[in-house]
Design a binder for this molecule. Structure first.
Ligand SMILES: Cc1ncc(COP(=O)(O)O)c(C=O)c1O
Length: 399
């Protein structure tokens, strides 16, 4: 039987292949330290689970409105608007099954086949997958290393824009590199979007995952709200990755289209999960604080051990739960053919499993450093220390 041609353009999250390799290694009786997936090893808070169970018991198990239940849309407008200094109304909120569908639905709404979309590389792989799948032209923009982490190469980004460019995907608090824009960089992106009349998808999946300071949304800058769709998710902040709950914040006309796409695709987001979302937003935020404190300790341990490993270095990021160390010299030191070989050797020699830069898009011309991504959201502090201690000892003993 024939498969549709467009499937050839569908990408995936190749991190899942790393997870498979780690699972295979573990099944063969080896210890594995999982730093590959951005999942969370902490449970959803009890009051959220209780609200979900109560909603089931109360019969909230049928269909509900495609844009989301009004009570959740109100709560999201208050929460998201309050944190970003924007006054949002419920008709700008469309509830979705996690944050990821917002990427597809944004592109379906604003991008015609053949039109160009700017997106970060290294970046979340689903951007490129969906741009290509929907027939757009992928325009990956790059980052440059700085002593504080990474900055967007604005000249490079500008050089990619053509009259056919229709949208820009912006992931401040970035997966995989943990980059965070300065206010000047955020304003420069906003200016570019306005100059070239671009739609902006502001992926704010990690907006609340930070250890100091405060996050800012590009949507709150003058002239941006009417051209920006925010991706919001409960996955990370409330440790609800499997519940699949998020939303798009969009100008009302776009919000209506995304709601219609919901009706076509899922009918609605799971009814009782939406009630759990209300409990998450309006209940105690203590579990969020406790999780961030736990993650802060993991981050400190990861960065200290990485910087104590010969040939590896990283700046300490203030947000997300990823670090993206430069491992160029370590790759050379252990005699690996390339960074992919380094990852495989590391798994077999130490049990430490991680993604490499290559899992987040093809290398850009002129990129000659090797990077890996360590996600510390799924591994408790003592195991972080044990695993990365082994990695350090393995690299140290080579060369
Ligand atoms: C940058 C980024 N955007 C969006 C998502 C999607 O999150 P969700 O689980 O809510 O679909 C992720 C998940 O890892 C992410 O890293």
């Amino acid at each position: 039987m024939r498969i549709a041609d467009r499937i050839e353009d569908l990408g995936t999250e190749t991190a899942f292949a790393v997870a498979q390799a780690a699972a295979d290694w573990s099944a063969r009786g080896h210890e594995v330290y999982p730093f590959h997936l951005g999942d969370i090893d902490l449970p959803t808070a009890p009051h959220i689970i209780e609200a979900m169970n109560a909603a089931i018991a109360d019969g909230k198990t049928g269909y509900c409105p495609g844009p989301g239940i009004p009570q959740l849309r109100e709560a999201l407008a208050a929460e998201i608007g309050g944190q970003r200094g924007m006054s949002l109304s419920a008709d700008e909120i469309v509830v979705t099954t996690g944050g990821k569908p917002v990427i597809t639905k944004f592109l379906q709404t604003v991008m015609n086949p053949g039109e160009g979309v700017l997106y970060p590389n290294p970046g979340f792989p689903i951007y490129e997958s969906q741009i290509e799948y929907l027939g757009g032209t992928p325009l990956p923009y790059r980052y440059v290393p700085t002593p504080q982490g990474f900055a967007i190469d604005l000249d490079h980004l500008r050089s990619l824009i053509t009259p056919q460019t229709t949208a820009l995907i912006y992931n401040d608090l970035q997966n995989p590199i943990s980059a965070e824009s300065t206010q000047a960089e955020r304003e420069a992106i906003a200016q570019i979007a306005q100059e070239h009349d671009l739609w902006v998808l502001s992926d704010e999946a990690y907006f609340d995952m930070r250890y100091s300071g405060s996050s800012h949304s590009i949507a709150a800058l003058p002239g941006m709200r009417e051209r920006t769709v925010i991706l919001y998710t409960f996955s990370k902040k409330y440790a609800m990755t499997g519940s699949r709950l998020g939303c798009a914040v969009a100008p009302p006309q776009v919000a209506q289209i995304i709601a219609t796409l919901n009706t076509n695709d899922e009918s609605c987001t799971t009814h009782f999960v939406q009630w759990a979302g209300i409990a998450a937003l309006t209940g105690t935020q203590e579990p969020v604080r406790a999780m961030l404190e736990d993650f802060r300790q993991r981050r400190d341990a990861v960065c200290a051990l990485v910087n104590d490993t010969p040939g590896m270095s990283v700046a300490v990021p203030e947000s997300t739960f990823y670090v993206f160390p430069d491992v160029t010299e370590a790759v050379r030191r252990v005699g690996a053919a390339d960074v992919g070989d380094f990852a495989q050797q590391a798994l077999h020699a130490t049990g430490v499993s991680f993604c490499t830069r290559e899992h987040f898009g093809s290398r850009q011309p002129g990129e000659d450093r090797d990077y890996i991504r360590l996600a510390y959201s799924g591994i408790a502090l003592p195991r972080v220390e044990e695993g990365l201690g082994r990695l350090r000892d393995w690299v140290s003993s080579a060369g």
